[in-house]
Ligand binder design. Structure first.
Ligand code: GLY
Length: 343
């Protein structure tokens, strides 16, 4: 384990580095501001609403095809969107090869796998767990928090205890492969989040069922080698996920700190409420981050949004992000447009 002294040295080093970077890039910050203020989309060909509703539908961040397929199977049979979300997210949580979600997720600096997840239902229900250890399916625990408790968010030991009381099994989530990678990382202990890590990251999922009701879920092991106790955006309502059954939903992947600071998913849903297409709203969500952080060259954030007609949008800072979609019985992968690749 790293000492307290190590953490404070790291923290001040990062603060100073960011201060210097921000100072030297102030001009860039100003340069992007007018584009943000105008709220225009970059892509004039963005498809406007057709007025046609095509549901059921499920979309998810990245190439999580097995997850969207599992969710689609629930929707196709007439199941509810909340059941579809739980079934889809569980697929990634169980995948030991996926080191960014659930069992097999990369640990924090002290070697502990800590998981964050949340779920939102059509009627505004929200349940979440953060920093939960030893339980392989945080999305299901989040659903239990929503359905079985008077609360909305349980953290750490309390979340784990609640999960066990609800019948979840305690298990070791640190695989041999993740342990080896962490031991290798410890040699230098450099915290450098990687853009598009292994081309996947958090799974955020949005689904509309045959009744036209939308639900969403988001689950992650967070940034690899994060500080102990760090919580990202994924389980925080309005940041990693937001659903409003009168409008649609949005979810996020990438650098959680930036999504949290801009309350990204809530922003996107509110923009759709005001008439933006899902694509326009996602673009504005990314631009807010870019406008407020000149360091954006060094991290990724990707958004996906779905409106109640079943129309999707997605946008990210850097190329490489994309979304899986299942609609009209067909699975597709959509490469997202990126802020740094425009023009
Ligand atoms: N988006 C995942 C995290 O930052 O934890």
């Amino acid at each position: 384990a790293q000492s307290r002294d190590y953490y404070s040295k790291w923290y001040y080093k990062m603060k100073r580095r960011n201060f210097l970077k921000n100072a030297s890039l102030t001009g860039l910050g100003l340069a992007v501001a007018p584009a943000i203020a105008s709220c225009e989309t970059d892509d004039k060909k963005v498809k406007k609403s057709t007025g046609k509703t095509v549901v059921p539908v499920v979309v998810a961040t990245w190439r999580f095809h097995n997850a969207t397929k599992a969710a689609w199977e629930v929707l196709e049979k007439g199941g509810t969107s909340i059941d579809a979300i739980e079934a889809g997210c569980r697929v990634e949580e169980a995948d030991l090869k996926n080191t960014t979600v659930g069992n097999g997720g990369a640990p924090d600096r002290d070697g502990n796998v800590t998981l964050d997840a949340c779920i939102m239902s059509k009627d505004g229900g929200y349940g979440a767990v953060v920093c939960m250890e030893n339980i392989a399916h945080p999305i299901s625990v989040a659903r239990k928090v929503m359905e079985e408790t008077p609360h909305v968010l349980l953290a750490g030991k309390g979340a784990e205890q609640f999960a066990v009381e609800q019948g979840f099994k305690r298990e070791n989530l640190l695989t041999e492969a993740s342990k080896k990678a962490w031991e290798k990382w410890k040699v230098k202990s450099e915290y450098k989040p990687i853009i598009n890590i292994e081309n996947h990251d958090t799974i955020g999922m949005l689904a509309i069922d045959k009744n036209g009701d939308i639900s969403g879920g988001c689950t992650t092991s967070g940034m690899a080698y994060k500080m102990s106790g760090r919580v990202g955006d994924s389980a925080v309502i309005g940041s990693g996920l937001f659903i409003d059954n009168t409008v649609g939903g949005a979810t996020a992947t990438g650098m959680g700190e930036e999504v949290l600071k801009t309350v990204g998913s809530f922003l996107i849903v509110e923009l759709m409420r005001q008439g933006r297409t899902p694509q326009e709203a996602c673009e504005e969500g990314v631009k807010r981050i870019v406008a407020s952080n000149p360091n954006y060259q060094n991290f990724q954030v990707g958004y996906v949004a779905l409106n109640k007609q079943g129309e999707y949008g997605c946008y990210c800072i850097h190329g490489g992000f994309g979304i899986s979609k299942f609609q009209e019985g067909k699975q597709t992968y959509i490469d997202s447009k990126a802020y740094t690749k425009k023009g």
